[in-house]
Design a protein around this ligand. Sequence first.
Ligand SMILES: C[S@@+](CC[C@H](N)C(=O)[O-])C[C@H]1O[C@@H](n2cnc3c(N)ncnc32)[C@H](O)[C@@H]1O
Length: 309
Amino acid sequence: MTVKVPPLKCQGIKTRLTEWIKDHSTLENDGTWFEPFLGSGVVGFNVQPRRAIFADVNPHIINFYNAIREGKVTAGIAKEFLEHEGQNLESRGEGHYYEVRERFNEDFRPLDFLFLNRACFNGVMRFNKKGKYNVPFGHKPHRFSKAYVTKIANQIRYVSQAVSQYDWAFVCSDFRKVIPAAAENDFVYCDPPYLGRHVDYFNSWGEQEEQELYDLLSATAARFILSTWHSNRYRSNPAIEKYTYRFTILTREHFYHVGAKERNRNSMLEAIVLNYSPLPPIALGTEEQLALMETSQPQYVLYSTPSAG
Ligand SMILES: C[S@@+](CC[C@H](N)C(=O)[O-])C[C@H]1O[C@@H](n2cnc3c(N)ncnc32)[C@H](O)[C@@H]1O
């Protein structure tokens, strides 16, 4: 499967795990796909459900995709805009980036958001305590080459086509309101911020949110997949032990590159938590799990821990 990359980037983007997540999701034909932590949208956009509720608390993500849905942002409009702003960036350098950032923080226009998202440092989305975008310049004044602009325009074209073909809604909302709306035939895919990783206006995540999320997922009649992390070489995710005893867990090794050097490849065992069994469960003891984690090849580990009494 060739994963369609969306026009927005965000931290924790699941591009490299999309196929794995999609392969394990089971949406009924008449059901709705609920994705309460949309981010870039890469997972849901590749699943291509007929009906979907895509939600996020970040209004700028939702505005951007609604602008595509309403035809206010098209591949052609974005191409023209990025060519123009790209030329300004090339001739005026980082000053232009900060000018657009100021402009965006005044009127929050979707095309400025796209420009900043693609010109900023590391493709992250970060907002300060006042809700203002505050990511610094990515130090690439020649960022918007012809090929790069065409690539982004094609990513927008893909979303435009999908929203005209399918019944997709983009809603700015909190997960606490979105998850309870899912019914038995629906499917919920959750990818919340990882606990304690980011402190950001739209992305803060603590014990309280984690607890509420697991409570809502435990109560839902829909099937769900929750993305989370299982362990790295230093520690395991305590939430896996604390909350997931009733669910199925699949893990997969994933390498994060920090810089270009081989020794900077940080291995992380990513997990998906499911409230159904996609395959006959294999009971694995802790030692076997650890042995699997120590191998260098990508691994699938499936286990179900004893149900709570
Ligand atoms: C890890 S990102 C999702 C990444 C996405 N799956 C992707 O591949 O691009 C988490 C998202 O959850 C959103 N978020 C954080 N807190 C939220 C909340 N309380 N309710 C809904 N969305 C929230 C953030 O704005 C962010 O976009």
